[in-house]
Ligand binder design. Structure first.
Ligand code: WT7
Length: 643
């Protein structure tokens, strides 16, 4: 049914489908999700067909068990049999303006050489490989090389600190680390190898370190452990057969923040994950082999895994990978890149859009952006003002905006307009409807569905192929975090509200998780970092609305005896947070206090602190209503309608 109706909405102009028609397609997909996803699975090439579509032992799902598949084969090899072998797989642009273009056959060669080198140093099926790399071609290549031989990659965002890197390596017990001498950011170099060396003092599992020469800066190479990337791939033989792995074999582990101090290792499968993202990128972005697809996220986040590497390459599109800062050396760097590579699909975050709004529309105006057909937004709620600016000044009032809601855990997009199936009328600030096969709903404290206009919790009622399989080495926490609040359904941790027309409005996190510039940080994780500073006895961290970043970090700290509050100490704490977690964790405001509001049992009442910093009454209503109004919600908002 999807197949049949698709063509009517192509090519994408602003031609809308009635909501009812979309809902018919959607409801039909839910009648029999196994049958539905089985049809989708047939769109991929498997080495062996699955025995079963789904083995559901709640809350553990095995999608397509018995099926054999390989991610690198689907992203690379498959294209070599077609005209795509000599088309561009990747346009890479360095911050300093260098360019590199890889065709699918060149990508094939690079992936094979590294896969071969990895095998030579002893990497086997199921081994974990940590990747700590800047946005250079070697990062996607390393992911694909890992997948090719059945290894499991864990990408650590290159903006993370040595401690964050060490924690992730230790949790996965990675055998190999691939890093670079350095990376470029705003014309300066970041000493990645040096940061990695600090981590490597505490990571006994690492046997080999592979170093990409990117900046050419001086680095220490440890005899017997450290190898230069260019040297090991030089004499690697080219052909390594892709290893067919079981559908449930983990493709990667990616860490994300939760409500405790310890990040969670999200484990994604190979078969289910690939089937899911293959379908949704077609529905949401209408992606095709002639698309030039640019997702501006860092590969270090799930957005980068699904939207830069796996989905667009499976579709045989050309991806754009840009190494540097968005506004470097000038605020039109991104618009210049769109014009230069004739980008057709552009996917970014509300924070970036708000930043560019500040710079003004004269910057995009300098460039021909007429190649664009679809614009995407992800990571946090988008305010209508930013939506409209994006629509007008980037999309030329021609391109639909797909506001895509998803999470590291979901593997891919769950709620979003779907121009590749049929575009429903858009409402700035709403992610519109769940995608086919996704049984999403909004429920109250007791798990009962809520009527329109009432804020509640977003849940997913049926398993989907892209869902996380578990938390690495912690199935108990997986059950607890996602499946215990409302038994039998997946708890997202997000507030949501449906309006009279059934549109979904995402209203931010319902738990102690912040979204700072779209990056996910746990308040507990931030607090434990603050407390590890010798001057701090106790601390509380909350989020505060921020004009550009969506949310900013506010720290309340009680100092130890012998330490006095000062601007210098604030600066030191700020620097300390950058060092401990990474620059994304830099606090916006720091307050030294002598007491923190607590419950009788000693739990910090962050709600009270939030109300204090935002100057709002302590009750939840005012802030919820403000958020709704800010999002452009057009229904009646009364204390009764906000649970
Ligand atoms: C959280 C997940 C996977 C995308 C990158 C972030 C928030 C994400 C939206 C959106 C409103 C959004 C949610 C979600 N979020 N997209 N379109 N509208 N909120 O992945 O770091 O795992 O964060 O990001 O709060 O739970 P993540």
């Amino acid at each position: 049914m999807l197949e049949k109706t698709r063509s009517e909405s192509l090519p994408v102009e602003l031609k809308y489908w009635p909501v009812k028609r979309y809902m018919d397609v959607y409801r039909k997909s839910l009648d029999d999700i196994e049958d539905f996803w089985e049809q989708e699975a047939r769109k991929l090439e498997w080495f062996r067909t699955w025995d079963k579509v789904l083995e559901w032992d709640p809350p553990f799902a095995k999608w397509f068990p018995g099926g054999l598949i390989n991610a690198a084969y689907l992203c690379v090899d498959r294209h070599l049999k077609t005209w795509r072998r000599n088309k561009v797989a990747m346009y890479w642009e360095g911050e300093g303006g260098e360019e590199k273009t890889l065709s699918y056959s060149q990508l094939y060669r690079e992936v094979n050489r590294l896969a071969c080198a990895l095998q030579k140093i002893g990497v086997r099926d199921g081994d974990r490989i940590a990747l700590y790399l800047p946005m250079i071609p070697e990062l996607p290549i390393a992911m694909l090389a890992s997948a090719r031989i059945g290894a499991i990659h864990t990408v650590v965002f290159s903006g993370f600190s040595s401690m964050a890197l060490a924690d992730r390596i230790n949790d996965t017990e990675a055998k190999v680390l691939i890093t670079a001498d350095g990376g470029y950011r705003r014309g300066k170099t970041i000493p990645l190898k040096e940061i990695a060396d600090q981590a490597l003092e505490h990571t006994p599992s690492i046997e080999k370190v592979i170093v990409v020469k990117r900046t050419g800066q001086q680095v220490k190479m440890k005899e017997g452990r450290d190898l230069w990337y260019h040297e090991i791939v030089e004499d690697a033989k080219e052909d390594v057969a892709p290893l067919p792995v079981e559908s449930t074999h983990p493709l990667y582990i990616l860490y994300t923040s939760g409500t405790t101090g310890k990040p969670k290792g999200i484990v994604h499968s190979t078969g289910g994950y690939l089937v899911f993202i293959n379908s949704i990128y077609q529905w949401v972005f209408d992606i095709k082999e002639d698309s030039v697809y640019w997702c501006t996220a860092d590969v270090g986040w799930v957005t980068g895994h699904s939207s830069i590497v796996y989905a667009p390459l499976m579709h045989g599109a050309s991806i754009v990978v840009y190494e540097g800062a968005p506004d470097y050396p000038r605020p039109d760097r991104w618009w210049e890149i769109i014009e230069k590579y004739k980008v057709t699909i552009f996917y970014t975050s509300p924070t970036a859009i708000r930043m560019f709004m500040r710079y003004g529309e004269e910057w995009p105006k300098k460039h021909d952006l007429s190649s664009l057909t679809i614009l995407g937004s992800v990571g946090e709620p988008i305010n209508p003002e930013a939506w409209l600016w994006y629509f007008k000044h980037i999309g030329g009032e021609r391109c639909p905006i797909v506001d895509t809601w998803w999470q590291t855990e979901t593997g891919g997009i769950m709620i979003s307009p779907a121009p590749g199936i049929g575009l429903v009328p858009l409402k700035p600030g709403s992610a519109t409807f769940p995608l086919p096969g996704i049984d999403a709903d909004v429920v109250d404290e007791n798990g009962n569905p809520l009527p329109p206009g009432v804020r509640g919790y977003l849940v997913i009622k049926k398993p989907w192929p892209g869902m996380l399989m578990t938390l690495y080495k912690d199935p108990e926490r997986y059950k607890q975090t996602y499946w215990s609040r409302f038994p039998g359904v997946y708890y997202t941790g997000d507030y949501c509200m449906k309006d009279e027309d059934g549109y979904f409005w995402l209203l931010g996190r319902a738990d102690e998780v912040l979204k700072v510039a779209g990056h996910r940080l746990g308040t507990m994780e931030l607090e434990s970092a603050v407390i590890s500073h010798p001057a701090v006895a106790e601390a509380a961290v909350i989020g505060k609305p921020h004009e550009i970043k969506g949310e900013g970090i506010v720290v309340f700290a009680i100092l130890r005896q012998g330490y006095a509050p000062s601007e210098k100490l604030k600066e030191e704490l700020r620097e300390f947070m950058r060092k401990t977690i990474g620059p994304v964790a830099t606090p916006d405001e720091i307050y030294f206090v002598s007491k923190l509001p607590k419950t009788r049992s000693g739990k910090i009442m962050r709600r009270v602190l939030r109300a204090v910093v935002s100057g709002m009454p302590v009750g939840d209503f005012a802030s919820a209503a403000a958020k709704l109004i800010g999002l452009g919600f057009q229904g009646s908002i009364t204390p009764e309608t906000i649970a």
